[in-house]
Design a protein around this ligand. Structure first.
Ligand code: FE
Length: 238
């Protein structure tokens, strides 16, 4: 019985190789198989699983590889945290925009055409000297893609998803954020319907900067609540 048992990694590797043989054709397939075999132990389970899935879906003509490439290109080169950073920087200099964002981020996102995939309902929360906000998806990895691009690996990690709701201060400490005890920490659990954007505090020393300069100070992690923008980073970038 145990001889028939195939490990998940073995199964995924074999599926990938078998499918790539069909996709790639006879001469190159052998090279691919050799290449895959060579790199097999270096690839993560996720990478193997993804390759197997892509290969099988392509083989069954359920997806078009060109469409998949277009989606990957969209999230690699066009959509990214620079979009959220622009919103944050604008909220720092335009009080009216900031209020609208906090009151109804969905409406602002709609105006800016930012309601695509994974960004249906947006809620903006602001960090202040009294409150620090942290965003998580305890169930999976829901994230405001149209504003921040693809989520970082740690955001999808089971440890982050579990611990951020049990011990947010401990998690923030691991990110290098030592918050004063008086600061209230609020954790927001994203869902398939609602995604959150944290408006980080404007760094000290950034007075007088243009919106374009301010945008460059805003990091992806700060818009999830995992980073505080401090005056030294403002000084470096200025
Ligand atoms: Fe999720």
């Amino acid at each position: 019985m145990s001889e028939d048992k195939v490990s998940r990694r073995e199964f995924l590797s074999k599926s990938t190789m078998a499918a790539s043989t069909v996709v790639a054709g006879s001469s190159t397939a052998k090279d691919h198989a050799q290449e895959d075999g060579h790199h097999e132990h270096e690839q993560s389970d996720y990478a193997l699983r993804t390759k197997a899935l892509v290969a099988v879906l392509t083989r069954k003509n359920l997806v078009n590889p060109a469409s998949m490439d277009a989606v990957v290109d969209l999230y690699e080169t066009k959509i990214g945290p620079h979009i959220g950073a622009r919103m944050v920087a604008r909220s720092w200099v335009d009080e009216n925009y900031r209020q609208r964002l906090l009151e109804d981020a969905r409406a602002v996102a709609r105006e800016d055409n930012l309601t695509g995939i994974e960004g249906t309902d947006l809620v903006a929360v602001e960090n202040t000297s009294e409150v620090h906000n942290l965003v998580v998806c305890t169930l999976c990895s829901c994230y405001p893609w149209p504003l921040l691009g693809l989520p970082p690996t740690w955001y999808k990690d089971a440890a982050y998803r579990a611990q951020s709701v049990i011990d947010p201060r401990g998690v923030l400490k691991k990110f290098g954020l030592a918050l004063d005890d008086e600061i209230e920490v609020r954790v927001w659990d994203s869902t398939a319907e609602v995604r959150y954007l944290v408006i980080p505090e404007r760094p000290l020393g950034s007075e007088g900067m243009s919106v374009e300069q301010l945008e460059k100070l805003v990091t992806r992690d700060s818009m999830v609540g995992a980073e505080i923008l401090n005056s030294s980073s403002a000084g470096e970038e200025a």
